[in-house]
Design a protein around this ligand. Sequence first.
Ligand SMILES: C[S@@+](CC[C@H](N)C(=O)[O-])C[C@H]1O[C@@H](n2cnc3c(N)ncnc32)[C@H](O)[C@@H]1O
Length: 210
Amino acid sequence: MATILREWSYRYPWFYDGVIRLAALTVGGETKFRQLALDGLEITPDLHLLDLCCGDGQATRFLVTRSAHVIGFDASPIAIERANQNVPEAKYVRGWAEAMPFEDQQFDLVHVSLGLHEMRPVQLWRIMQEVHRVLKPGGVFTLIDFYVPVNWLYSLGLNLFLLLFETETAWQFIKTDLLDLSARVGFQEADRTLYAGGSLQVVHARKGTQ
Ligand SMILES: C[S@@+](CC[C@H](N)C(=O)[O-])C[C@H]1O[C@@H](n2cnc3c(N)ncnc32)[C@H](O)[C@@H]1O
């Protein structure tokens, strides 16, 4: 279930960005929110980064400050067009995350911000396999997305947010163990850090070097 607010958030960039800005106050503001998944990673300008489900380039904007080789990828032609205008420093490719048109072992880092909660379980499985395939040996997958809050106040906030803006996939997603999923697709190490009372998770998973 979702409401008209979901449609508005896709139709009007100012509305989506405003909602995210408001929600990001729970972690200290949008700039902080957009960098949480990158914290602790050594990203040098020569690394090849993929912003998967890049939307209008909201997170791509931060990736291009770290590397000169950033590709934004999204299924929506409108999102790709807006991202191109908003963050021209990156290159963009349109397609489905379940079947990415990239070579094996092309990227050092694959980043997904608020993208995977939109996927059905079978899509999620396929996308995780694709992420593993396109990463170089030793490459890192990093994600920021919703999770199950640990206290009632954040639980109330997240439930309200999901009711207003999201569909059934988000409710399923927060119960999915991404560490287990990462291990099953072949990642060697994975860890999760929780923010905003547990309503946000950052997952880092590293591909083995063999
Ligand atoms: C909620 S937006 C996230 C935008 C941005 N990354 C952010 O952090 O604000 C989710 C994006 O995922 C894209 N998307 C949804 N399903 C997809 C799929 N199967 N393959 C590629 N992109 C997809 C949508 O077009 C949308 O732009």
